[in-house]
Design a binder for this molecule. Structure first.
Ligand code: URA
Length: 234
């Protein structure tokens, strides 16, 4: 791969920025200063550093996003802001949200351009865990906990798969863990129990928790360990 392209792939910079880095002598290949944008590097073998920092090459992008309420989980929309409107980076072509959260749901959403991994994470048979914090109109009960564990009729062909419901100290505050992703699933599960979700936030997916340092609307790249975790699950 050309060195200037490699710099873009690793840092998210533009091609002209990468040329500027090279011109300024900020780039080393295998410890040697390099200024030629056109030379070829092997991502698997060559070590490239920018201002002394060794770069790591990723074929795909993996982002963690703290979705705020009021934006749709889509790449484009005529009416509402989309999650993509929050991803301020030069090259976001090909990135899309992994699954969806409702317009009014907040919390953890992965974005990637790795269609294969996304597909596997969402495949019904994989039973990838998703955890939500919910505030309810009425306190939940031990009977609700039992019903969630058994499975609930929400108007689908089959009852929901066993789900975890934990009652938090504040009445009406709960944590729910499900292993499927049916449309409006959490809201429909509580509705079936005669209750109503008034606030919903996804706090974890596939064993990865929403980074507490991310405010609503902020994102960061997944760490190598997090990407590995997603890969190992699928
Ligand atoms: N369940 C819901 O009801 N809404 C979401 O956004 C996610 C899960």
């Amino acid at each position: 791969m050309r060195l200037d392209k490699y710099l873009c792939a690793c840092t998210g910079c533009t091609r002209s920025q990468s040329k500027l880095y090279l011109k300024k002598g900020l780039v080393k290949v295998n410890g040697e200063p390099e200024k030629r944008p056109e030379i070829k590097v092997d991502p698997g073998k060559d070590q490239v550093s920018l201002e002394g920092r060794v770069l790591s090459y990723r074929e795909h992008e993996y982002l963690m996003f703290h979705k705020p309420a009021g934006c749709v989980t889509a790449v484009s929309d005529r009416e509402h802001k989309t999650v993509m409107d929050y991803i301020q980076r030069k090259d976001k072509r090909g990135i899309f949200p992994v699954g969806r959260l409702d317009l009014d749901t907040e919390g953890l959403l992965f974005l990637t351009d790795d269609g294969e991994l996304a597909h596997r994470l969402l495949a019904p048979g994989r039973h990838v865990e998703k955890t939500y914090f919910a505030m309810l109109a009425h306190p939940a009960s031990q009977e609700d906990v039992d019903a969630f564990r058994t499975g609930i009729e929400i108007g689908e062909k089959r009852p929901t798969l066993p789900a975890g419901l934990s009652l938090l100290e504040t009445p009406g505050h709960v944590l729910v863990t499900v292993v499927e992703g049916k449309f409006h699933q959490i809201k429909r599960m509580f509705q079936a129990r005669g209750n109503q979700v008034v606030y919903l936030k996804r706090t974890a997916m596939a064993g990865i928790s929403l980074d507490p340092d991310l405010d609503r609307g902020q994102w960061r790249e997944l760490t190598e360990e997090e990407v590995e975790r997603l890969r190992s699950l699928c």
